[in-house]
Every structure is written in structure tokens, then in C-alpha cells.
Design a binder for this molecule. Sequence first.
Ligand SMILES: NC(=O)c1ccc[n+]([C@@H]2O[C@H](COP(=O)([O-])OP(=O)(O)OC[C@H]3O[C@@H](n4cnc5c(N)ncnc54)[C@H](OP(=O)(O)O)[C@@H]3O)[C@@H](O)[C@H]2O)c1
Length: 336
Amino acid sequence: MTTRVNRQWLLVSRPEGRLQPSNFQWAETPVPDLQEGQVLVRTLQLSLDPTNRGWTNATATYLPPIPLGEVMRGIGLGVVEESRHPGFRVGQYVQGLTNWQLYLVSDGRGLAAFDPTPGLPMDAYLGLFGHIGATAYFGLVEVGQAKAGETLAVSGAAGAVGSLVGQIGKIIGCRVVGIAGGPAKCKWLVEELGFDAAIDYKREPVQPRLRVLCRPGIDVAFENVGGDILDAVLANINLRARVVLCGMISQYNEAVPPPGPRYLGNLLVKRARIEGFIVTDYMSRYAEAFAKLGEWYAAGRLKYRADVVEGLEQAPAALNKLFDGTNTGKLIVRVS
Ligand SMILES: NC(=O)c1ccc[n+]([C@@H]2O[C@H](COP(=O)([O-])OP(=O)(O)OC[C@H]3O[C@@H](n4cnc5c(N)ncnc54)[C@H](OP(=O)(O)O)[C@@H]3O)[C@@H](O)[C@H]2O)c1
């Protein structure tokens, strides 16, 4: 047994509504010695994602539910501290499902090594150059088929994915309208990120504002929210519109999904399509996205923001920032 002590958050009950402190239990246990073929990773940073909430339910999403009593699942990045695995060496940086813990003992499956670029903050590898950047890129370019001259509407626009989607849309040559909560977020979208317009869904009626700002209609909708916002979008689509169903954050805390959408008939009359996707479907092509995103970032055409919370202890409470909108950019926990 090593002298290292692991620090972990275990999922001990299923949440009803938002996550509560009682859904988790803090555990400190010795880290076991490595077996042949295993690698020991110390987590540096943990990505907090809306999908984490879905993983805590008893029903499967695109991954099975986390069994009660197990370490909470989460994407993170870390550094190899010990290795008895031929594919990993000490000091190497890795990304993958490190979970909500300080140390991961792994057989290497699902871990990808990477070489950080000097000068780039580590958190960029959980955002722009991680699953977030890949989601924005493949969702808009491949699923949405966005083209120059088209009108793009993005919900959750000031979030990690949405803020990149809108900027990529501008690079492609779209007219971009974002939907976000609060004047500060809307101001940031227009004044700093170059969106053509932003709708504050907490203060303005979304459907009539989309009708005015997206005239004659929406060609590509990048949907991160669902519910009433998706309805407002569907009411305003153009002929042959593409609705990219990336996320439905407004429903992740609901036990029973609300009825709707009410404007589904518009998909028919506009010969439009709606398509869901999960970014991991594109994993074999991530390098393609990161090359493009890197080129745009280096040219100053893409801005990226991280919201970093200090300490693994904060993870359960911090996850709710995604649901009350108090995160400003990619939500990350600095673990060590
Ligand atoms: N399909 C995939 O492979 C994939 C991959 C990554 C992420 N996603 C999805 O993409 C979406 C964005 O994820 P992210 O990581 O970038 O998170 P994020 O946008 O950085 O954070 C979530 C944001 O959602 C907004 N929000 C929360 N509850 C809402 C509600 N009831 N109505 C309207 N807006 C609400 C809040 O912003 P406001 O202040 O503007 O309300 C909050 O800041 C999520 O739906 C997520 O599940 C999908």
C-alpha cells in the first residue's frame, strides 16, 4: 500500500430536483498499490458538465447510471504519478473520466495522453481543446451544416458550448443571434464575442424577439436549453432549417419532462430537420476540430472563458451553478 490518500465524492442517493449535499458522501481511503497494466493519475482539474446531473439518475442516458456508493463520474485531466502500463509514462498529462476524486487507478481505457501547449492555460483542455470545443465545432459544422449567409440562433449562448458556437458561426459567415440569461451575459455576447444580437430570455419574450431579429427566419438553431426556448425557436424556422439538439438543460432537474414542443408541425411545413447528437460520436475526429479551433484562437478570432472553483470539496455545490446560470464560462474545479 502506498502512503497516498485518495479523496473522493461518492454518490449515495438519487437527487430529486437539484443536487443536494446529502446525495454525496466524502471519503478518504488509501490508494492501493498498482497492478501490472495499471496507471495512477493525480487529478488536476475536473470539468463540471450539465450531463453530470443526468448521470446521477436511476435511468440510463447515453451512459449507464452511476451505481449508488460509487465515485461520482466526471471528466477531468491529470498527471501520471506512477505507471505499470506500457502506454503511459510518469509526468505525462492525460484526459478522460478521472471522476470526482484526487487519484484514479486505471487500466488506461478511456484515458488519452496529451502534450500541453506552452502558454495555454490547463483549463483550455477541458474547454476549447476538449469535449466542449468539439461539441461546438461538430454540432454546428457537421450536424447543423451552417453556411455563410445563413441565420444561426443559439440558446445557452453565454455558456461554454454556446459562446463557442456563436463565434464559430460568425467565422463561417452567419448572422448570429444568442439567447442567454441576464443583461451582462447578453452584453458580453454582442460587445466582446461579436454576436449580431442577443435576447435576454429572463426579461424579454423570446418568440417575438426571434421573429424580429432573425427575419425572415432561422436557418440553423443550436439548441442547448429545450422547453419554451426550443418552442420559440421552432416557431421561427425557415424552409430546410436544421435544429441541432445538443442539450435540454431546462429539463435535467425535472422528474417528469414538461409537455411540448408545441411547434413541431413547423418541422413538417418547413421541411426542416431536428437531430440530436453526442459529441463522443466524433471522438476519432477530435484532432480535426482542435486544429481548426487552434488556428482561430491563435488568430484572435475565438475567445474562451473559464470559471474556476477551488477545491474538490466544492464540486457538489458548484455543479448547481450550471442550473442557476451563475457560471460565466466553462465550469471547472481545480483539484490539485
Ligand atoms: N450533445 C453533446 O454531446 C453535449 C456535449 C456538451 C454539452 N452538451 C449540452 O450543451 C448545453 C450547454 O452545456 P455547457 O457545458 O456549455 O454548459 P453552460 O452553457 O456553460 O452552462 C449552463 C447554462 O445553461 C443555462 N441554463 C440553465 N438552466 C436553464 C434554463 N432552465 N433555461 C435556460 N437556460 C438555462 C445557464 O445560462 P443562463 O444564465 O443563460 O440561463 C447556464 O449558465 C447543455 O445542455 C449540455 O447538456 C451537450
